[in-house]
Design a protein around this ligand. Structure first.
Ligand code: HEC
Ligand code: HEC
Length: 266
């Protein structure tokens, strides 16, 4: 059975943008174009019989690599983020966030819409377990003083602006903290800028209390430029795995992050 039931709104939305292959739950392989104009009951009949479908995780995530690159290593530009090797809880929260409307990307949300929490957790674990090399960073195209300011923000913060350092939550090495906080290295600058911009504008949200929304709003535009330029220019350490826990509770509570043992629950 094909597990799709597209609403009229979604059918309309389907007509924009590329249409990656969809291979969920079903013994068949269908593409979104078959789903556009047909009522759901006919969709199952209209889908062409495909060779026997192996229900492996590798098959299930084929649709993801159409945008996120081979094995989730990122698309060729800064737009499609890497998902390989990010902490499992973080990836799972993002899948929920897209599915449930706290982040917005229609084409992806539609793929996730019919999937259960359990299924999303399995997909998150699959990508989190991939330990793949990162490309070398691109040299920064900003003045040395800007890079210096970026490093200060990342490692020391700015007490006057009530801005904690990024390392306080993303780990001393900035490779993230298991299971829910992502690393900040190995990401293109465009992606980092887009995420901070989306938080400031309220277009990206995390589980409340949403610490990143507060942080993004405390960062004036020149500081966003500085910190993303510095982060994107850093090499990813050979051991890119997230830290096991935070040494001390962060100064701003994050609904999506696990506090360190003994720390207050946000
Ligand atoms: C049509 C292209 C497309 C497809 C197909 C797609 N994604 Fe995405 N995905 C994106 C884009 C674009 C973003 C970044 C959106 C943004 O900037 O908020 C994204 C973001 C994500 C993120 C958040 C990454 C982060 O670091 O916060 C995760 C996790 C993710 N996708 C997983 C998946 C999985 C799993 C699949 C397959 C079920 C998938 N995506 C299929 C385009 C796609
Ligand atoms: C108080 C804790 C905390 C501090 C301090 C913090 N972050 Fe975060 N950050 C988080 C958490 C938690 C998430 C995951 C949010 C989610 O689940 O969507 C996150 C996510 C992010 C992401 C999204 C990454 C991705 O792959 O999409 C970016 C970008 C980011 N932070 C940048 C920064 C920068 C830059 C700083 C320093 C100026 C910083 N953060 C400081 C807790 C923090």
């Amino acid at each position: 059975m094909v597990a799709f039931n597209l609403s009229a709104r979604r059918r309309r939305a389907c007509r924009t943008g590329p249409r990656p292959p969809v291979r969920w739950h079903s013994g068949r392989s269908v593409t979104l174009k078959y789903l556009l104009f047909l009522p759901p009951a006919l969709v199952a009949l209209a889908a062409p019989a495909a060779p026997v479908f192996e229900d492996t995780m590798a098959q299930r995530v084929l649709a993801c690599s159409a945008c996120h690159g081979k094995e989730g290593r990122a698309g060729p530009d800064g737009y499609y983020p890497r998902i390989a090797g990010k902490p499992a809880g973080y990836l799972y929260h993002q899948l929920l966030n897209f599915r449930d409307g706290r982040r917005h990307y229609g084409l992806m949300a539609r793929l996730l819409d019919p999937l259960s929490d359990q299924y999303l957790r399995e997909i998150a674990r699959h990508f989190a377990a991939l330990d793949l090399p990162y490309p070398a960073p691109r040299p920064a195209a900003v003045a040395p003083a800007v890079l210096q300011r970026g490093e200060v923000l990342a490692r020391q913060g700015d007490a006057a602006a009530r801005l904690p350092p990024c390392t306080q939550c993303h780990g001393e090495r900035l490779t993230g903290v298991a299971p829910n906080t992502p690393g900040l290295l190995g990401l293109p600058r465009d992606y980092l800028n887009a995420q901070l911009g989306a938080w400031r504008a309220g277009e990206r949200r995390a589980h409340a209390p949403d610490c990143m929304a507060q942080i993004a709003r405390r960062l004036p535009a020149p500081d966003v430029t500085a910190v993303t330029a510095w982060l994107a220019a850093q090499p990813v350490p050979a051991d890119a795995r997230p830290a096991a826990t935070l040494p001390r509770p962060p100064s701003i509570a994050c609904g999506s992050a696990v506090p360190p043992p003994g720390g207050p629950r946000p």
